[in-house]
Each structure stands twice: as C-alpha cells, then as structure tokens.
Design a protein around this ligand. Structure first.
Ligand SMILES: [Zn+2]
Length: 372
C-alpha cells in the first residue's frame, strides 16, 4: 500500500541510526510506503489554462535519492525530434566486430558465444573487463535469451575469480545497451551489447550496493528484516510484476528512471554474483528477457492521446550484491534502467524526475506478460 501524505503537515521519521535518511517504508505489521504530496499554491497559467500539476515525492527506501513524479511533464514541449535523432550506427565502426582492435588478452567462450577482454580505458580500480557478444547486437528487440545468458554466465565466472584475489571485496558489474550517438545515452561508447565488471576493494565504496547493505543491517540490529518488509509493501502497493522460483520482479517504489524494473532474490541464499550457479543464471536471464519483450510491446498514450510504443533503445542493468565477506547477508539486486531521459541538474542533486508512476509500469508489464 502507498499512503499519500501532505508535505506541509507531516513529520517524517528517520531510519534507526541512519538519521539523515527519511523513512518512506513503514515497517509495521502491514508494511506500507509513504509518498509526499506537493501541490503548487501559485496561480500558474499557460495560454489561459490553469496548470494544476500535483507532484509527489518518493524517497528511496534505501536512501541515496528521491524521486519526483510529475505526470504533467510528459506534456511538455520537446525540441524538434528530427534534429536530435540518433545517427545511423555503422556496423563497420563497431569496435567489437573488429576483434584485432580490441585490447588483449582476449578470452573466447565458444559455449556462451561471448568474448571477454580488458578495458584499456578503465574506470574501475585494478581490474576492469568487458564482456561482449560475438554477434553484433545493437537494439533491444535484437537481444535474445542466449546473449543475456552468455554475458551473465561469464560475468559470474569473473566475479568468482575476482572474489579470490586478496583485497577485492565486491564487484561493480553492469550491462550497457545504447551509445552516446543515441538520443539518451547509457554511457556506452560502442553500439554493441556488452557488460563491464570491475573490482571494488575492501576500503573502496560502491554507493548503491553499500547503502542497501547498510540500511538492511541497521534494521537487523532492531530485529527487522527490512527486505522482507520491503517485498510485502511492494505487493500491497501492486508494484509486483511476476516471480520465479528464487526471484521477485517488481517496479521500485522510487524509480530513478521511467519504467525501471528490479529483480531481487527472495532469500539470502543468493546475496551476490558469486553465489549463483547455471540454474539461477538461466532463471535470471529468462526474467530479463521477459522484461525486455514487455518493453518492446508496451504502449502508452502520447501527447496527442495515441497509443505509442515506449521505444526504449538505451538501457543499463546494474548487478548489486553484498560484499563477499558480509556477515549480514543481503540479496542479489538487479536493476534494469531504461534511459529515456537525460540527467539534468535535479538528478545531479540526487532528485530524480519521472513522468510515469511505477505502479503504471508494473501494470503494463503484467498485462504484456500474463497473456503470453
Ligand atoms: Zn558490434
């Protein structure tokens, strides 16, 4: 359930001992979320039409960012789409199809149809590898189960390898689709599906991952299984989408990106990438493909009221887990983040802005996947 409270007459409580993170998940018997409603008091007019947008603010149950949901923003004027359309990507220019030009040593995994190579332009500390498909895969609707399964399998192997190196305590792992040439970039420089995996040392920090772990362990101290309460609230808020044997799939209460989807392990049995075997890799790859298929089919009304496809061609997936030696075992946390908007000043301050409720996304994906 989600309770809407007025920002002006609400006293926000705080997470135990994490005093600077306001609490948005109320962990009572029947857990629920709180969103803050903020309505404009000024008389705002646009061409004689009164604007009465209502914005809600949702603070991430794990802290770190807040999400402002403003449905009116989907109506705002956009610059001429033609002028900012993506360049046509030229397969000749794709580095990953010219293996001679890729940094060495390259490891080929014929059984997974993927390559692994070092990133000579690293942003991770000590180790940074790229895993990419043999086949040139550029668009969301070209991605098949075997591509995700192949990349993910090698990613897990590399995580297991890195976990055995002294000092390395967790990994930074993610998947990119969509290049800087496209309108909304996922940060990749190559128009070819690939993943990155890098080392995070004991003394290093992976903000998103470490924050989830910290919040969960603070609640553990007061006898509360925060993730369990979070799942319960997700279900009563109808943010749940589907589940498999070991994993839940849902839309997060406070998404950073429109149509963001999370996949989280149901138990602490799988708390990071090193703990999954080929069976769970299959299970997760299936779930990811199911979400991708729904993305390619999902339609919403545009400004003129016509149903149009969301047209996702740029996305990131983050694979978060606990530190390898973590005592408070958490869950493997996979975040699928379509990149349909630019990051502007608000996001840089930690306040993300979306124009679609995650409940709406959850319902659309449930509809797309239940009939198939
Ligand atoms: Zn390519």
């Amino acid at each position: 359930m989600i309770k809407t409270v007025n920002l002006n007459n609400t006293k926000i409580s705080y997470l135990p001992t994490t005093q600077f993170i306001p609490q948005s998940l109320i962990t009572e018997d029947k857990p629920y979320f709180i969103e803050l409603e903020v309505s404009t008091k000024e008389d705002v007019r646009l061409q004689d039409k009164k604007i009465t947008d209502q914005i809600v603010e949702r603070i991430s149950p794990f802290g770190g960012h807040s999400t402002l949901i403003s449905k009116n923003r989907s109506q705002r004027p956009q610059p001429d789409e033609q002028n900012i359309k993506a360049d046509n990507t030229d397969i000749q220019n794709c580095l990953f199809d010219n293996i001679d030009k890729v940094a060495k040593p390259i490891v080929e995994y014929p059984e997974y149809e993927v390559y692994q190579a070092p990133n000579p332009f690293a942003f991770n500390t000590g180790y940074h590898e790229i895993i990419f498909t043999k086949e040139h895969v550029e668009k969301l609707d070209q991605i098949q189960y075997k591509h995700i399964f192949g990349i993910f399998s090698v990613m897990v192997k590399r995580a297991q390898y890195l976990s055995g190196i002294a000092g390395i305590n967790q990994v930074s792992a993610g998947l990119n689709l969509g290049t800087a040439k496209m309108k909304y970039s996922a940060g990749a420089s190559q128009p070819h599906l690939h993943a990155q995996i890098g080392a995070v040392y004991q003394t290093g920090y992976l903000p998103d991952s470490d924050r989830i772990e910290n919040v969960c362990s603070e609640f553990e101290k007061v006898g509360i299984d925060y993730m369990q309460k979070y799942f319960e609230a997700v279900i009563t808020a109808r943010l749940d989408i589907f589940e498999s044997k070991n994993f839940f799939v849902f839309a997060p209460f406070a998404p950073r990106f429109k149509d963001e989807i999370h996949i989280v392990s149901k138990t602490t049995e799988f708390s990071n990438l090193t703990m999954v075997n080929s069976k769970q890799i299959q299970e997760i790859s299936d779930l990811i493909i199911k979400v991708f298929k729904a993305y390619t089919k999902m339609k919403f009304p545009n400004k003129e009221g016509n149903m149009v496809n969301v047209g996702i061609d740029s996305l990131n997936i983050e694979f978060l887990g606990n530190r390898f030696d973590s005592k408070s075992k958490g869950r493997l946390f996979i975040k699928i983040m379509p990149r349909q908007s630019d990051l502007a000043y608000s996001e840089l301050l930690g306040r993300f802005v979306v124009d679609r409720y995650p409940e709406t996304t959850a319902e659309a994906i449930r509809n797309e996947t239940s009939t198939k």
